[in-house]
Write a protein of this length. Structure first.
Lengths: 292, 240
């Protein structure tokens, strides 16, 4: 029982990191129907920016904010340079462009910073462990859960309570109709990249701290997993992305905890295939809405 | 219109969709306060004309003037700020947003909180059924309610000119009547109307003037009552 709770807690932490990443995937997909394959690498860039800040002596929150701002801008630049022109031409071209951006980010980081695994200076978070009825909670877990919770609440507020959020939802349903209301679709897409990439940066620093490693290819696996989480939850749906992320994190943790760490990733992908076979639109996906 | 410049004027407007030549030199005017109808068969270019005015498609040549200002190259999201609202074909309400949010999207370009509130009340008074469903997601509305929402959303932009694209499409005859009387009412209150309709009978009934389009060209135009009496119009568009 204790073991189970422990694994669920670990899963929750890891799952919330996936959720943060998945939210960005799903927002960007929702608005321009593009799987932004560079999204995982934005995580990595975020982790490096935060690493730089931490090495200069900044604490967690300033490092987090710097990483988020840097990546938000990076996200907007990626959209402007690599996607905007090809997007209207063909989805496949945009997807290919995204893969190109992904490789570019990975290898440019490798070129300038090397492929070595780096770690955050211990000052960013002094490790502590608390015991709660035999279940061990580290302050890393608390940091991950707390940060995720705050960001998700802010995100929900932006999307459901602000004028910009309303425009984002309108564009994601029907860009042309939104234009007729005076919404500048290109700007709205840019804002979506801004927010989604900031979320990815936060996931990057959390991932780096949680697994104590930062390296140029670190975004690949969590990026792929978060993509699975987003599809699992129903791509385009923000609550779906969160649910998918947490479910995936917990499943992985349970599989790993009960003797199957070798199969952890395999299980994640099998789940994806099964869910898609049964419910192709994902858990909270609505499918294609009928437009009368 | 003797000397007064029309509210909207299209000069020799051409539109291409790739290799398809959709509009082949459209000349058309809409005077302030008028209801003008465009009628014609499927694919004649009626919708394309409206879409060119609202900036959703770009003209390959020709000019669109509104209030004597050339708006041919103005992007769609800025056209609405000039005072032109489009109620698109198929209504295109935001099915994922609530009725209230859809109406608020209509006021997206506006900052006058008080005026927005007032207009919202006016729209809800005009369409009591929308008030009943204010919190409901627009995708759950019936076709007629969606059409009302689409018109209400356009009214929220506070337009001088409203472009309506097939507002009667897919609606029961009684609802069509209701929608048309609402359009007349909106017009009486001072909004100029440019109406595209397959239902030529209704369109000619409420219009001051009309244009008949055939394969991207205007083939007839004149006062709506006169057009409705012409043999060729009767035969082609009014079912004999």
């Amino acid at each position: 029982m204790q073991d189970l709770l422990q694994q669920l807690l670990n899963g929750l932490s890891q799952g919330s990191i996936y959720a943060l990443i998945a939210v960005g995937y799903t927002m960007i997909y929702g608005i321009i129907q593009l799987i932004n394959f560079a999204h995982g690498d934005v995580i990595m860039v975020g982790a490096y920016v935060a690493l730089g800040a931490a090495l200069m002596g900044f604490g967690f929150i300033p490092s987090l904010l710097m990483a988020m701002i840097a990546c938000a801008i990076l996200g907007v630049v990626i959209e402007r340079v690599a996607y905007r022109k090809v997007r209207p031409v063909s989805r496949l071209a945009a997807l290919t462009s995204a893969i190109g951006v992904s490789l570019f980010l990975e290898y440019i980081m490798m070129y300038f910073l090397g492929a070595d695994i780096r770690t955050y200076p211990p000052g960013i978070l002094v490790g502590r462990t608390y015991s709660l009825g035999g279940v061990l909670i580290t302050n890393k877990d608390l940091l991950v859960l707390g940060t995720t919770l705050v960001l998700v609440v802010i995100l929900q507020y932006i999307i459901f309570r602000t004028r910009t959020g309303k425009a984002m939802r309108a564009v994601s349903y029907d860009g042309q109709a939104a234009q007729l209301m005076g919404v500048n679709v290109n700007n709205t897409v840019a804002i979506t990249f801004f927010i989604g990439s900031a979320m990815a940066a936060a996931a990057g620093i959390l991932y780096g701290i949680y697994f104590n490693s930062v390296q140029p290819l670190m975004g690949l696996m969590p990026g792929l997993k978060a993509f699975i989480a987003a599809v699992l939850g129903g791509i385009g749906s923000i609550p779906g992305a969160m649910l998918g992320g947490i479910l995936l994190g917990m499943t992985e943790s349970l599989v790993a905890g009960f003797g199957g760490s070798m199969y952890r990733d395999a299980v994640a992908f099998i789940i994806l295939i099964l869910i898609l076979l049964i419910k192709p639109t994902g858990l909270l996906g609505k499918g294609v809405q009928e437009k009368v | 219109m003797g000397g007064v410049a029309p509210l909207l004027q299209l000069d020799d407007l051409h539109v291409h969709y790739g290799a398809i030549w959709a509009l082949k030199g459209i000349n058309l005017t809409v005077g302030e306060g008028e209801i003008v109808s465009l009628i014609g068969a499927n694919g004649a270019g009626k919708s394309t004309t409206l879409r060119a005015i609202s900036g959703v498609v770009t003209a390959s040549s020709g000019r669109i003037c509104f209030h004597e200002e050339d708006i041919t190259k103005v992007p769609a999201h800025d056209i609405v700020k000039k005072g032109i609202a489009q109620v698109p074909e198929g209504r295109r309400v935001f099915a994922n947003l609530s009725v209230l949010e859809n109406l608020e999207m209509g006021a997206y370009i506006r900052r006058d909180t008080k005026g927005i509130k007032q207009d919202l009340e006016d729209v809800l008074d005009r369409f009591p059924r929308l008030r009943e469903r204010i919190g409901q997601v627009a995708g759950t509305l019936s076709g007629g309610e969606q059409q009302m929402l689409a018109i209400g959303r356009a009214l929220m932009t506070r337009p001088k000119l409203m472009l309506l694209d097939e507002p009667s499409m897919g609606l029961a005859p009684l609802l069509v009547k209701e929608i048309f009387s609402i359009i007349e009412e909106i017009n009486r209150e001072g909004t100029t109307i440019l109406l595209v309709e397959q239902n030529a009978r209704m369109a000619l009934q409420i219009a001051d003037r009309a244009y008949v389009l055939e394969t991207g060209r205007i083939v007839l135009d004149g006062p709506a009552k006169e057009l409705a009496r012409q043999e060729e119009v009767k035969k082609a568009y009014l079912g004999g």
